[in-house]
Design a protein around this ligand. Sequence first.
Ligand code: SAM
Length: 291
Amino acid sequence: MKKQPYLGSPVFTSAVLRNHHIAARKRFGQNFLIDAGVLEDTVEAAGLTEEDFVLEIGPGIGTLTQYLAYSAGRVCAVEIDRSLLPVLEDTLQGWNNVKVVNGDIMKMDLRRLSEEENGGRPMKAVANLPYYITTPVIMKLLTEGAPLESITVMVQKEVAERMKAAPGTRDYGALTLAVEYYASPEIVRIVPPSSFMPRPGVDSAVVHLKLRTAPPVSVRNESLLFGVIRASFNQRRKKLTNGITNFEGFSFSKQTAEEAVAAAGLSPDVRGETLTLQQFAAVADALSERM
Ligand code: SAM
């Protein structure tokens, strides 16, 4: 029988912080979960079983980690804040299926981690993400080719809405398109500030991204596709042809950009923010033919 999780209430979280003489550090985005209902919903959305290997980003004082360790086969938790290591040693006592790694997730080679810790088999990422790097972490998980089955994360509500935004809306952008290309997103639940200690200034949401086995569009050159998307949203109020011409990662002439946009069946004045993923792929393919 595995040990039951016991963290996830204001009383326990305060006691852990007090006993270890620490306080939540703003610069690492530390907002600790104190709501057992949210923790249970997160683990349920991740669909964990004894077969699963979980990558947790930012275990903090180990609250979500206890729930993950209880439900999954193994957990590898990457924490940047060295001062939390003795806390985690204390709060994760009794679960022998957790490995805590001290490091910055943004600097980690996740393919290597998966090879070393899980024989290269697909992992499930689960986290209450530090809000100062939410989007870069999600982009890293989606695009770096680490074997992942799903990503279940707490993010700002506004980021969750960006993941599911429609073309032409204010929230639509590079994150929306990367999520659509690599995964199918679901907003599991909205979470109020009162579920955290200390309380963040905004509502949050748990999102579940199931990674696709194949992208929904085929494109000749994936990095060119994401270049066009970046070029377009770098200057979202400008015409797509200008975005492509001005983007520092490209060296396409104005004429080539105009030809590619026309070949994709789009108006010469079109703005990238209105394009679907399929249309971005058509522009990228047309550019690729002209390289
Ligand atoms: N999982 C805990 C919970 O739910 O109560 C803590 C979540 S807190 C929002 C974010 C955690 O991520 C903190 O523990 C913070 O120190 C850690 N963190 C921040 N930046 C990080 C990074 N670059 N790499 C790894 N961990 C990071």
